[in-house]
Design a protein around this ligand. Sequence first.
Ligand code: SF4
Length: 702
Amino acid sequence: QSAKPDATVHSVCGYCATGCSLKVHLQAGRAVNLSTHSDYPVNLGMACPKGWEALTPLAASDRATTPLLRGRDGELEPVSWTAAMEAFCAGFKDIQKQHGADAVAFLSTGQIVTEEMAFLGSLAKFGMGIVHGDGNTRQCMATAATAYKQSFGYDAPPYSYQDFEESDVLIFVGANPCIAHPIMWQRVMRNQRDPEIIVIDPRKTETAMAATQHLAIQPKSDLALFYGLAAHLVSIDAVDLDFIAAHTEGYHDFVEFLADYSLETAAAATGLDYAQVSRLARLIASGKRVSFWWTMGVNQSYEGTRLAQSMINLALMTGNIGKPGTGANSITGQCNAMGSRLFSNTTGLLGGRGFECAEDRQTVADILDMPVERIPDRPSLAYNEIIDAIDAGTIKGLWLVATNTAHSWINQKRFRRVREKLDFLVVQDMYHSTESAEIADLVLPAAGWGEKEGVFINSERRIGRTRKVSQAPGQALADFHIFRLIAHHWGCAELFKEWSSPEAVFRILTRLSHGLPCDITGIDGYADLEREGGIQWPFKKTEREQPGHELKAQRRLFEDGKFYHANGRAKFIFEAPRPMPEPVNADYPFILLTGRGTSSQWHTQTRTSKSDVLRKLYPKNPYVEINPEDATALNIKPNSKVCIRSRRGEVEATAVILASVQPGQVFMPMHYRITNHLTASAFDPYSKQPSYKACAVTVHNI
Ligand code: SF4
């Protein structure tokens, strides 16, 4: 861009949960380019390729610029917003009239701002009588949220990014921050304490290569590893009995449970040498600052909740929580990771409350000045249960908001088959070209990041402003304004008269947070966020009112040892490991691992594929990593085409022969639309999060 900027605003990036701040340079109020923000406490002047290219996807040629309605000839045709709203209301109201209010559901995303997410959940549930709605956050951080709620009493990631720099031993489990969270990884690289960096992952990832030690365990053996470590720490008295006695419950039952575990059982389950496991135990027992960090390798597992809790247990029993450089820390995926967990109003009532709790419903009704009867007394079905209900014929109408289920959902072909059972599918998205928009009955054109106002809440609980720096194309509207239009046409606008702007909703959310662990009543609107450069929750009004208070740039939870259960204690929660849902056999002898393949692409590539720069940083065609031993045995040559087949389908990919994977394992990145043809519908029973990471496949030459 050659245009010379005349103004600059700060805006939090709209991709990952790191929450980097970008300086967007404007000319006559419109973005012309961007640079990084050196004073922001998250990214300290850094950004990854996606952030640098954040403006490019806005100008893509396949932006949805007008509502599209499927006509009698089966084609999507442009219509006015009025016609689109009439079709939306008629389609969903007819279904509700014929089949009951529960026959319509919505699925949303951690990509829209918190105010929009709260508006969507409130409009759908309090205004339209919908009970069932969930988000793609179910695919991402539901496990961490469930684990924290059960263990700590609230969904509360305890850390601050400063902990990357202040830890002596960083243990990354099923996480590849080098490419998945590159700026967090840069924070690790700034650590001056000569840290041990341990990566526990079946695959030799970019992070594993940069670590001081890579423990290449067998897939899904990590729960047995952590129980073996815990048993050993108990046996050598390397536990913090004072902390355990003062701040936890369930420890003695846990110790009894650990009788079946040891370093020997851990080595046997994981395939590691005893010496490797023993060294890890010594590091944890060393008395140094130990921190555990996990992402999707843990969350996307059929026993993910217990696995996350096995790390929480280790942090609790060694007193590695609430202090600098410690913690059991879930790194989440999407830019509005925490906003969606607290305020989406889907499976939990606004603020992390419970729909089933009459007192919580009354509190919310009072704050919103809304009849309490408007608030459902039961939570939503989870994402997988909504898909099951469509398959069973009890849900007939579906509204997708900024998510691409037809690409991203596990066992993708099933969703496409199930879609045929829907009477009405509405897709609200920036692009008319997504796999989901292409099969919709109605497409509502939405503004994207950079074209609207609001806040994101990142992985370390920091609330940051994102700004409108560009005009949405054609008739596309901010999701916020689409929700207002729907409220008007549905006939429930009166309920939302105070929800007049994103900032008005932000102020409602601060009131809703009063008295909760996520209390942000100390934040007085957007101006505070802009002045302070992002604020971590909690920040209470009472704290703000203290004379001479100074807002700390980094805030960590549990420094006082008080947790959120009624008795103030954290719980030890544990359960014996279960077998993999789909083990290998003679017909399907390989384990398929999936994950992020690059720092340059995001999720289903819906936005990032629009950038020439980002596309050049990543192979266009799908590839599969195969161990050299297996390639030799199967006579597969580098760059040859291979077929990968699971019980759900088969796909074609280019063979990359690489010892990144162990013999008997193959790896495919998640970004390609074919990968989820293969994955299996297995779920964690507590979080209902899909287990994307390990299913049985066969591989052969084409
Ligand atoms: Fe930062 Fe994530 Fe955006 Fe990259 S994608 S600039 S790491 S927030």
